[in-house]
Design a protein around this ligand. Structure first.
Ligand SMILES: NC(=O)c1ccc[n+]([C@@H]2O[C@H](COP(=O)([O-])OP(=O)(O)OC[C@H]3O[C@@H](n4cnc5c(N)ncnc54)[C@H](OP(=O)(O)O)[C@@H]3O)[C@@H](O)[C@H]2O)c1
Length: 254
């Protein structure tokens, strides 16, 4: 297997499950030292154990990216433990769907905007402040969604607004900081094989049947397929890719 990230330190938020865990495993398999973050310690420890079983190196750091200080603590943990922060993946996110705008509780709006937008802003700011001091700079990949900038789904206004903001924020930050050696991009997954894409009470078989018709590819994306896009954008293979938003959705937003 290619070792595109050997001797590099990679931070992945939301790495206790789903896309974030698959991404952390993929970076570790390519030689990275991985800092895995999320609010809950136990699933992070599981991710670290999975990486360790495969011969990789990882550190679990519980943190809430939506709270002041959370993002900064993650940068300090990466630098303090491994000596640098070379790649950051801002993947932590929440989804509260199902209600039209007129019925949307303010709490659902704030939860999604706080984590998905403010959380990414605070993370970006802390990460860029560190990376621009490093001789080799750094690369950042933000996880947005095809819901937002690329397509719309009924009952997902707050989530879509938050993820469209991630796309816009990624482009703006890329423009502001590429001259300082910090390269920023986004990945926009469509429905992916995690609990987030299950409707309330839906089984994986039920989701598979729904996706056969809803997605041109005929299925959800695998978490490893989204991770592969993240690793590409974070790698030197994408050295001249700046401010893009790579849609990985089986054609769901065409
Ligand atoms: N699955 C899909 O179909 C899909 C489609 C498009 C985009 N996405 C995006 O992909 C990303 C990963 O989602 P997923 O499908 O892998 O869902 P997931 O399994 O629910 O993962 C989300 C992770 O984010 C963490 N998290 C949530 N709020 C946080 C906070 N404030 N601070 C730190 N960590 C936090 C969660 O852990 P804790 O609860 O322990 O903090 C969890 O591990 C999200 O940004 C999501 O919006 C997913």
């Amino acid at each position: 297997m290619a070792q595109r990230f050997s001797r590099r330190t990679v931070l992945v938020t939301g790495a206790g499950s789903g896309i974030g865990r698959a991404t952390a495993l993929a970076f570790a398999a390519e030689g990275a030292h991985v800092v895995v973050a999320g609010r809950t310690a136990a699933p992070l420890d599981e991710t670290v154990a999975l990486i360790g079983e495969r011969g990789g190196t990882a550190l679990a750091v519980p943190a809430d990216v939506a709270r002041p200080g959370g993002a900064q603590a993650l940068v300090e943990a990466a630098v303090g433990h491994f000596g640098s922060l070379d790649v950051a993946v801002n993947n932590a996110g929440v989804f509260r769907g199902g209600l039209p705008v007129a019925d949307l509780p303010e709490a659902d709006w704030h939860t999604q905007l706080d984590t998905n937008v403010t959380g990414v802003f605070l993370a970006l700011r802390a990460q860029i402040r560190r990376m621009r001091t490093q001789p080799d700079g750094g690369a950042i990949v933000n996880v947005a969604s095809n819901i937002g900038a690329h397509t719309r789904v009924p009952g997902t206004a707050a989530y879509g607004a938050s993820k469209a903001a991630v796309t816009a924020l990624s482009r703006a930050a890329a423009l502001d900081h590429i001259g300082e050696g910090v390269r920023i991009n986004a990945v926009s997954p469509g429905a992916t094989a995690t609990t987030m894409s299950l409707l309330p009470g839906e089984t994986e078989a039920g989701r598979a049947e729904r996706m056969r018709h809803a997605v041109p590819l005929g299925r959800v994306s695998r978490t490893e397929e989204v991770a592969a896009a993240v690793l590409y954008l974070a790698s030197d293979d994408a050295a001249s890719v700046v401010g893009t938003d790579l849609v990985v959705d089986g054609g769901g937003s065409l």
